[in-house]
Design a protein around this ligand. Structure first.
Ligand code: NAP
Length: 318
């Protein structure tokens, strides 16, 4: 594994990080989740990305991670970067969602309990909340660091102008924003134009989520929608998103990837790593998928011809 510095900080992150949004909850097989975490660790993935609401059920990905850490990896706590977040709906009533100080701090406390950790390495505001002053949310992050509950702070999904306000506030409070987390992939490149330059200009690292468009940028749906796949669950990825056009595009991209000696998943991750980003957070439902994704790091340079062919393949057909 290779590691990159997160922006202008001293924190290094692996090119590939592992996310626990899906497949690590109480409704998923624990043995598979454990195998993926151990495999990631063995392959040099030192960064695990979690959030309060990951499961399903919400909160249970943190419980799974905490159990594996305690039972298998406890000796390695200081060699790991463990992130959690608060921002989306977590519990009923006015204090279980958004960016209020009340929500952010109590959610961080709950996440520490669920994981059994003494502190998170990175704690994020998961989203911009238009109903809460940014100063309140950012000060909550600052106070989490001051209380020793996190070492660094990050932001996720903030629009570019609000992103800048976060950086300014955190810098002035001497708790600079170590990382900014945005959705980015060959199918969703907008944040690389809109948010990546803002992060770079402010010395914040940039980490991409859903690099495989939740599986669309892989071979997962080339022969229909497999049972148990994310599209089959019809929540975050819907079967109707797996259109004939998307499948044809995946086939076309797959043939470009094959010429590079890569799978489509590997090329999609490599394409992001070829931009000025710190790390890419992959999801997986098996060790084989995870290993496929890790192999992306062996070829992250592209010729102009390859980039043009990729661009043609992803451009909407008229
Ligand atoms: N900050 C935020 O708001 C936010 C939002 C979303 C995600 N995230 C973070 O980003 C992480 C990754 O998101 P994501 O899970 O959407 O990422 P993704 O890598 O785009 O999608 C992962 C899914 O793609 C399929 N897949 C992965 N590797 C494959 C391979 N080699 N071959 C075939 N299929 C493969 C699997 O689907 P199946 O399950 O169908 O096998 C897997 O669950 C999350 O876990 C979370 O940590 C953050």
């Amino acid at each position: 594994m290779e590691y990159r510095f997160s922006g202008k900080s001293g924190l290094q992150l692996p090119l590939v990080s592992l996310g626990l949004w899906h497949n690590f909850g109480s409704e998923d097989p624990f043995d598979v989740a454990r195998s993926m975490l151990l495999h990631a660790w063995d392959r040099g993935i030192t960064h695990f990305d979690i959030a309060n609401n990951y499961g399903p059920a919400p909160g249970t990905a943190e419980i799974t991670f905490g159990k594996v850490l305690r039972e298998d990896l406890a000796a390695h706590r200081d060699e790991m970067i463990i992130s959690s977040k608060a921002g989306y709906l977590m519990w009923d009533g006015p204090y279980g969602n958004g960016g209020s100080r009340k929500y952010i701090i109590s959610s961080c406390d709950q996440s520490l309990k669920r994981t059994g950790l003494e502190y998170f390495d990175i704690f994020y505001s998961h989203r911009y909340d238009p109903d809460t002053p940014i100063e309140e949310t950012m000060q909550a992050l600052v106070d989490i660091v001051r209380a020793g509950k996190a070492l660094y702070v990050g932001i996720s999904n903030y629009p570019a102008d609000k992103q800048q306000e976060c950086y300014d506030y955190l810098r002035a409070a001497h708790v600079p924003c170590v990382i900014s987390q945005y959705k980015a992939s060959l199918l969703m490149p907008d944040t690389l134009t809109n948010n990546l330059p803002v992060a770079n200009n402010n010395g914040s690292g940039f980490i991409c989520y859903s690099p495989l468009a939740q599986g669309l940028l892989t071979n997962r749906y080339l022969n229909g929608i497999p049972a148990g796949s994310r599209a089959s669950k019809n929540v975050f990825l819907r079967p109707e998103q797996v259109t004939d056009d998307v499948v044809a595009m995946a086939q076309h991209l797959g043939s470009i990837a094959a010429q590079r000696g890569q799978t489509l998943a590997q090329m999609a991750i490599a394409w992001l790593l070829a931009q000025d980003v710190t790390s890419v957070i992959v999801g997986a439902s098996s060790v084989a998928q995870l290993e496929d994704n890790i192999q992306a790091i062996h070829n992250i340079t592209f010729t102009q011809e390859e980039l043009q062919s990729i661009q043609c393949a992803v451009s909407p057909r008229s």
